[in-house]
Design a protein around this ligand. Sequence first.
Ligand SMILES: Nc1nc2c(c(=O)[nH]1)N[C@H]1C(S)=C(S)[C@@H](COP(=O)(O)O)O[C@H]1N2
Ligand SMILES: [Mo]
Length: 243
Amino acid sequence: MKELTRRKWITTGLATAAGASGLAVAAKLASHYGLVPPDSGGIYGPGETMTYATHRMLTQHSLAREFSRSQISAQPFANEVAPLGDDFAGHQKAAFANWRLKIDGLVSRPGEFSMDEIKSMPRHSHITMIQCEEGWSYIAEWIGAPLSYALEKAGALPQAKYVIYRSFQRDWIDSIDMADAMHSQTLLTYGMNGSELPVAFGGPLRLRVARQIGYKSVKYITRMTVTDKLEPYQSGYAWYAGI
Ligand SMILES: Nc1nc2c(c(=O)[nH]1)N[C@H]1C(S)=C(S)[C@@H](COP(=O)(O)O)O[C@H]1N2
Ligand SMILES: [Mo]
């Protein structure tokens, strides 16, 4: 109850500050509560801060909409990825037996997980829509281990604020805050629509962040780093892309 009242107060404060004295004041208030995203500095910065801070105040524990099995898209669209190269082909040939997910940073037990280890973790699934910023979308069943489970196994420390994740494709790196990292719908995904996750859709391992737009669901993930600070975000897209 107390938390709810506090949240309501802060949200009202943010909205009022934004309306009355401009976004700069709202940004100050957000900063006071530690709700400033890493792209708060650019021209869209104040807007990004407002979006992130109000989302976090209102929807920390909300779920992305789930669909029924009959609504699964018959022909999901796999966005084209850059060629994956010979090293990836080698992994594929070995049926990903040598694929590892490394977890490091602010954890008490840094280490690596094989696909078999990830598949032996609790198995969760959800039928949700993935939406690209370019407009298309599809609905699929995503199957995997909750990221929260792997982070707890690795011993994420209390000062953790974000998780940075990297892909086999070196230029794909992204990050989420702990609210999304620990969220029940955030999965280390290895299955789709009852089968193995196809390579075109990010197999063997994809981070599915159900509450954010498509580009946050990075394919071919190899490493996660728990941290308490992020470098400025320079992808040109919003860091927080909640839907
Ligand atoms: N490694 C990697 N992850 C990626 C991408 C990519 O090119 N490489 N594209 C992103 C974008 S922009 C979107 S919209 C979704 C597309 O998911 P889909 O291929 O399942 O449709 O994956 C995201 N994850
Ligand atoms: Mo996208």
